[in-house]
Design a protein around this ligand. Structure first.
Ligand code: DPP
Ligand code: ZN
Length: 848
């Protein structure tokens, strides 16, 4: 397979000024006519060949400046030699035929239950017509769509329409990956937005008839996002319309096509009866994320795909800020760190570790990863912590001013910070080019009123990067007295040497340090901390993240001690939780997070980190045991909370009520271990919202009960695809380890299992890989089941198959028996005759 390298980047020989496309839609034979005006790129002097990307296209005709050309495309595109091209500029015209109904990869133009839609990021446009499909070629687009379907949409503003056709014009130059087209029998929920400068924008969310009553929250989130981006980043919307379309078959979460965002329907459609609070929060976040891309991604885009984090890291950072502003910064930070550790640390500490800005790839779709997105966002947060809020704002202003309309690089991004602050950021830039999670080891000492923190940094070797250089790491630190009083408010220490000392003088007593407040850097902190110190932090830290973190580390250590030597959980730990449950000043959402035990995969990661071999079955048993013991110890509090957090008044998905429901469900999950499900059955029967219905069902399934409720749930929701995904997923995720693979296989044989629908496939096959003890069952049945399905899906939808293969990325943690089983499955995938470039690259990297 061909490896693409950042070092080989060369500017495009030919630029495009204007594109005009005509689509005559037909499921089996769509005709696409293109008129593209090319101009020689002054940045690539000389007279060059023309290369146009194109895949699976039937070329019907081609003309240059009106003159017919006979060209024979290869499998990846076509080349016109320079000798056959006019100099300076010319007009390319072509007609191709494509078959959207046969497009199961869901990339390019495809069909989803009767509607046409597109997905062009990263390289889908080349499946629509011949084009220089690279993000540094930006052009304005005119599109005409001809079809009998009633709703015909493309990017930009509508210019004209009649029976069976519509025309669109997008005045903003854009790369082809932002092209979009939708045609279908759709209805809109509509609204208007007046921008800060007084421009009226028509907002529409397009869905299938019957779903129009499930768009109100997405619309509300969109309007709040538009206002927020004006207020916080000074970014105004720039077209007359903003359209969002919900699609059932979609590989990703959503896509930020200019003026026409296309969403996986699960991130648009919501009603209290069908969507959980978590679904609502996801909708708010993803609507905001795609909207924010209009400036960070669309107006300023990426020069090449190695720069993906330029738009994704920044846009994730922006959506995190937004959610924090809309809800709770403390809770949001904890949630983000939970995700970062569960997904990015896992990736960064295994065979798939890669730079935030990768330097090589075989298939770019394989790099839409937690590292590019979530670690990418952490780098923005660190940069802001290092330069300060005012400088961050000034740098962003300069970024928008200097680079509007351009395709940029990480160097451009760093330079706006250097130019604003006059600070040399070359060491900081290593964060983009060095993979692996840094370790920060802490030693401290105390004498004569002076407290010294000695910090050591190191980064373990990652594939292809044996040696690492020191990074600049912002470590936010505060100091507490033994009584919990704050002696030193937060200061940000800049750790830039391999080892560095920081002194705090004039202290009245030896302090309890609160290190890495707010999780100020994406590192693993290594420090021997006494339980007494943790108890002080858990009870008193003024930094909510570290307060939560203290409880988290206590819980982790309790679990590790149970796993290692059956040690009973300390009463100090259980009492610490009890005090949280009784603290009326605490946000219920925070308490719910404090009650959440580290997941089985987190524990496996922690054991591996400590140089031990995790036993998934043992981890599962001990985690369950702790859930049970904890519920016994705290039964009274849990009862009280479950009653006190019952809903009053109409359902509202906002943070307050959602936090109360999260805590209520957490209490219920504990109590269900004690009463065999009596309370949960009652909650299931009386719930008037999906959060409580699903909370009750999950609690029941977790203790191996709930058969009646499961059947009732199916009967109630068999007509709702998104709810049915939950029904599929939950059963697999909560199946007992011995029965998990069998449960998944049973569900894969269910008449409602549509394996070509990515959401349904993820529910069952992804559900099994989320069931750690079931997936890693010593029989190997879990591995086999997942590999079987990936091999089956791969030739149809390589992108989703490749993404889901990360289930195996932790294989080196396990015992020789499991490693051999996984290796055999990876090799079986690798030798599949239909192996795609996507899955091939992933499996190859995992095998090393
Ligand atoms: N660019 C999309 C997003 O992250 C993914 N296709 O918003
Ligand atoms: Zn994005």
């Amino acid at each position: 397979p061909q490896v693409i390298r950042l070092a080989d980047y060369a500017p495009p020989a030919w630029l495009v000024d204007e594109v005009s496309l005509i689509f005559r839609l037909d499921p089996a034979a769509t005709r696409v006519q293109s008129r593209i005006s090319f101009r020689a790129n002054p940045a690539a002097p000389g007279h060059h060949d023309l290369w146009l990307d194109g895949e699976n296209l039937k070329l019907l005709s081609a003309r240059i400046n009106g003159e017919a050309r006979s060209v024979t495309p290869g499998p990846e595109g076509l080349r016109i030699p320079a000798t056959e091209l006019p100099e300076g500029q010319f007009l390319w015209e072509a007609e191709v035929e494509i078959a959207p109904e046969g497009n199961t990869a869901l990339e390019g133009l495809y069909m989803s239950r009767g509607m046409y839609c597109t997905q062009c990021e990263a390289e889908g446009f080349r499946k629509i017509t011949f084009y220089p499909d690279r993000p540094d070629v930006m052009a304005t687009f005119r599109v005409r769509i001809e079809s009998e379907l009633p709703v015909l949409l493309s990017n930009g503003n509508p210019t004209a329409q009649g029976a069976g056709w519509a025309e669109w014009h997008d005045p903003w130059p854009k790369p082809a990956y932002l092209f979009a087209l939708v045609a279908g029998d759709l209805v809109a929920q509509s609204n208007r937005f007046t921008t800060v400068s007084g421009t009226e924008v028509a907002l529409n969310i397009w869905v299938r008839p019957g779903d129009e009553n499930k768009c109100a929250y997405a619309m509300d989130a969109l309007i709040r996002s538009m206002r927020w981006d004006e207020e916080v980043y000074g970014r105004e919307y720039d077209l007359d319309v903003f359209n969002i379309v919900a699609v059932d078959d979609f590989n990703m979460g959503a896509m930020e096509n200019k003026g026409l965002n296309i969403f996986n329907s699960r991130y648009v459609l919501a009603s209290p009866e069908t969507a959980t609070d978590q679904d609502y929060e996801n909708i708010e976040r993803i609507i905001a994320h795609e909207y924010f891309h209009n400036w960070t991604g669309n107006r300023i885009t990426c020069r090449d795909w190695f720069q993906l984090c330029l738009k994704e890291g920044l846009t994730v950072y922006r959506d995190q800020q937004f959610t924090g502003d809309m809800r709770s910064h403390a809770v949001k930070r904890i949630e983000d760190v939970l995700t970062l550790r569960a997904r990015q640390f896992r990736e960064d500490n295994g065979p798939l570790a890669h730079n935030v800005r990768p330097e090589t790839y075989v298939e770019i779709n394989n790099f839409y990863t937690a590292t590019v997105y979530e670690k990418g966002a952490e780098l923005i947060g660190m940069l802001r912590r290092l330069v300060g809020d005012d400088a961050y704002r000034a740098a962003l202003r300069l970024y928008f001013e200097r680079h509007d309309g351009q395709a940029c690089t990480i160097e451009d991004w760093i330079r706006v910070f250097e130019d604003t602050t006059h600070r040399d950021l070359s060491q900081f830039k290593r964060w983009y080019s060095q993979a692996g999670t840094p370790r920060v080891m802490v030693e401290d000492s105390w004498a004569d009123g002076t407290y010294v923190l000695r910090l050591h940094q190191s980064v373990p070797a990652t594939p292809g990067q044996p040696l690492k250089e020191p990074l600049v790491i912002p470590v936010a630190v505060g100091l507490l007295g033994q009584d919990g009083r704050e002696l030193q408010p937060t200061v940000v220490l800049e750790l830039s040497e391999p080892v560095q000392e920081f002194r705090f003088e004039g202290l009245p007593q030896r302090p309890v340090p609160s290190i890495l407040r707010g999780f100020s850097a994406p590192v693993i902190l290594q420090r021997d901390q006494t339980s007494a110190e943790r108890a002080v932090l858990l009870a008193h830290d003024t930094d909510p993240f570290n307060r939560w973190e203290a409880g988290r580390s206590l819980a982790r250590d309790v679990l590790l001690a149970m796993i290692a030597r059956d040690e009973a959980p300390s009463t100090a730990f259980l009492e610490g939780l009890g005090s949280l449950l009784r603290d009326p000043a605490l946000d219920p959402a925070f308490i719910a997070l404090a009650l959440r035990l580290p997941s089985e995969d987190d524990l496996a990661q922690a054991l591996h980190e400590a140089g031990e071999v995790p036993d998934p079955a043992r981890i599962h048993d001990m985690r369950r045991k702790l859930t049970h013991l904890r519920a016994e110890h705290l039964a009274e509090d849990l009862h009280r909370i479950h009653d006190a957090m019952a809903s009053t008044g109409a359902y509202d998905p906002a943070a307050d009520q959602a936090g109360r429901r999260a805590l209520r469900n957490a209490a219920l999950a504990g109590l269900t271990h004690l009463d065999q499900g009596a309370r949960a059955s009652r909650q299931f029967a009386t719930a008037d919202n999906m959060t409580e219905q699903l909370g009750a069902l999950s609690a029941l399934l977790e203790i191996g009960a709930g058969a009646d409720e499961l059947a009732a749930f199916y009967d109630q929701w068999r007509g709702d695809r998104l709810v049915l995904d939950k029904w599929f997923g939950l059963q697999v995720m909560f199946a007992a380890p011995d029965a998990a693979a069998e449960t998944a296989a049973g569900l894969a044989a269910h008449p409602d299992f549509d394996w070509k629908n990515p959401n349904r496939f993820r529910a069952v096959i992804g559900g099994l890989s989320a069931n750690a003890a079931g997936f890693h069952h010593a029989s190997g049945a879990g591995y086999r089941f997942v590999a079987d399905w990936l091999i089956r899906l791969d030739p149809l939808n390589p992108q989703t198959a490749a993404r889901m293969s990360t289930a195996f990325e932790t294989w080196q943690r396990y015992d020789p028996g499991r490693q051999a089983l996984i290796r055999a499955e990876l090799e079986r995938m690798r030798s599949a005759p239909t192996l795609s470039r996507d899955l091939g690259e992933m499996v190859g990297r995992m095998l090393g």
